[in-house]
Design a protein around this ligand. Structure first.
Ligand code: CMP
Length: 135
């Protein structure tokens, strides 16, 4: 995937709280084009696979339980400088540190239930997009 694409998930808390529309609106207002979009429930096995890079972290098992607790929305987004610009739009992982005007500042509840995921590199954006949408 080119450097102008990134991958995002709207997480179970934000989906359950009816924030899909509000978050997609902030994404589009931020200049991103939605290339792929899918609402899906992850099994614990699939959630564990997606976050396998965090397998050794103390929060891994809670994260897998949380990410398989309800539906998520997966999307591929397009914009120049997509990965970095999207991380700016979503704000810090911990919403306590998220800047005003960011998606997490507005919608995140905690460091775990932080409303959205955003890829941290071009390489991971491609891997994560393929996890949901194939090549
Ligand atoms: P995300 O950007 O999707 O990447 C890993 C996820 O783990 C993170 O968002 C949070 O939802 C979750 N998480 C829970 N606890 C922590 C923590 N202490 N540090 C980082 N991520 C955490």
């Amino acid at each position: 995937m080119a450097t102008n694409r990134t991958f995002t998930m709207i997480k179970p808390d934000a989906v359950a709280d009816h924030h899909i529309g509000g978050i997609l609106s902030m994404i589009e207002q931020g200049g991103f084009r939605i290339v792929e979009l899918q609402k899906v429930a992850l099994s614990a096995e699939r959630a564990g696979e997606f976050y396998a890079v965090h397998r050794e972290r103390p929060f891994y098992h809670d994260l897998v339980r949380y990410m398989s607790s309800g539906s998520i929305v997966a999307a591929v987004l397009e914009k120049d400088n997509a990965v970095a610009d999207f991380r700016t739009l979503i704000g810090a992982t911990n919403p306590a540190n998220a800047a005003d005007g960011t998606i997490r500042k507005k919608y995140a509840k905690s460091i775990e239930a932080n409303a959205v995921h955003g890829s941290d590199s071009d390489e991971n954006a491609q891997i994560e997009a393929e996890f949901f949408f194939g090549k």
